[in-house]
Design a protein around this ligand. Structure first.
Ligand code: TK8
Length: 339
């Protein structure tokens, strides 16, 4: 019985293989393409692993015609520099934080408002649903194509000064934030001294004491070796941070319909791989960081509620600054997935 089944599936695969080859890459309108794919984290990070996966997927799905190459550690530039290179057509693809897109489409700042999502499941549903899709589309007339969202993750605080057990402990800490007004308002509101800086400059800034601390998901604190220059880790999960996979619109417009379809499908496959991989890695990171000597504490629900109350002005300012509609839409989308 079992053997029969194995034989049958083996036979089916053998029969189908030539058919798949004929109707697959070979019969489609696919040209040889070189793709420079830039990203900010190291090769040995959740971001690097997913870029590698994507590069391999593209190769597989195009019969080796799409030759993508990943460039990690911001070797093609910071998030903002790469976005501009994509717009100008000097680079084909990248992945980076949605937060750094605010200079191009202001609405992307909405994801950075704190304590919106309770968990990854809510984030996936909203980002992959009509709300996230609409924001991706808004990039089209700015010279960018937003393909999919990956998970950066819930952000936590690290610093070299003291454990943060209550908001007041942030007082006076020079804290690097992403180049985005929502982060600046939020952390100044908590009493820290927010310093906007590109991620590519962060390790050195921490090492030299230009800043005392930063905030990022535990996976990044591990892969970027921030534990070498930061003593205290505070689990606060204050913002769920997405990454976004982008293509240059100039380049993308030159692709055939078949090529666009393959690109999108490989992007979706990489998203699913990345989220799974990031979540697994994240579950191991805290123990790793502890072993590396970080002193770790977690903010309890009472303290998080105090923080929620304190960031109310940042929400109000965001709404008053032209963000009212997108914030309302996002809150409605979250309410919908909670039903
Ligand atoms: C990597 C950045 C990073 C982000 C940041 O290029 O800047 O803190 O979390 O992932 O996009």
């Amino acid at each position: 019985m079992f053997r029969k089944l194995l034989l049958a599936t083996g036979l089916a695969a053998a029969l189908l293989a030539p058919v798949a080859a004929a109707t697959g890459a070979a019969a489609q309108d696919i040209k040889p393409r070189i793709i420079r794919f830039g990203y900010g984290l190291s090769e040995n990070s959740n971001q690097g692993r997913a870029v590698k996966f994507f590069v391999e997927e593209l190769s597989k799905r195009t019969g080796g015609k799409f030759k993508a190459k990943g460039f990690g550690d911001a070797s093609l530039g910071s998030d903002i520099q790469m976005q501009n290179a994509l717009i100008g057509g000097a680079q084909e693809m990248m992945v980076g934080s949605t937060a750094t897109l605010v200079g191009i489409v202001k609405d992307f700042g909405v994801y950075d408002l704190p304590f919106l999502f309770n968990n990854e499941k809510e984030a996936d549903a909203v980002l992959d649903g009509p709300f996230g899709e609409k924001l991706l589309k808004s990039l089209n007339d700015k010279g960018l194509v937003g393909l999919v969202y990956w998970e950066n993750g819930f952000r936590n605080l690290t610093n070299s000064k003291r454990p943060i057990t209550k908001v007041e402990d942030m007082s006076g800490i020079k804290l690097r934030v992403m180049q985005n007004p929502v982060y600046i308002d939020m952390f100044n509101g908590f009493g820290a001294n927010a310093v906007p800086l590109a991620f590519s400059e962060l390790f050195t800034a921490l090492e030299t004491g230009t800043v005392d601390g930063q905030e990022n998901p535990v996976t990044t604190i591990q892969s970027s070796k921030f534990y070498e220059v930061q003593k205290y880790l505070t689990i606060s999960r204050h913002v769920y941070s997405p990454w976004i996979m982008l293509a240059s619109k100039r380049w993308y417009d030159g692709l055939s319909a078949d090529e666009k379809k393959i690109l999108q499908e490989a992007a979706v496959a990489s998203r699913d791989f990345e989220r799974k991989d990031s979540r697994a890695a994240s579950a191991e990171s805290v123990a790793y960081l502890k072993e590396k000597g970080m002193q770790i504490n977690e903010l309890g629900p009472d303290e998080l509620n105090r923080m929620r109350a304190m960031v109310k002005p940042a929400f109000d300012k965001y709404a008053a600054d032209g963000g009212a509609d997108v914030l309302k839409d996002l809150q409605a989308a979250i309410a919908e997935v909670r039903k």
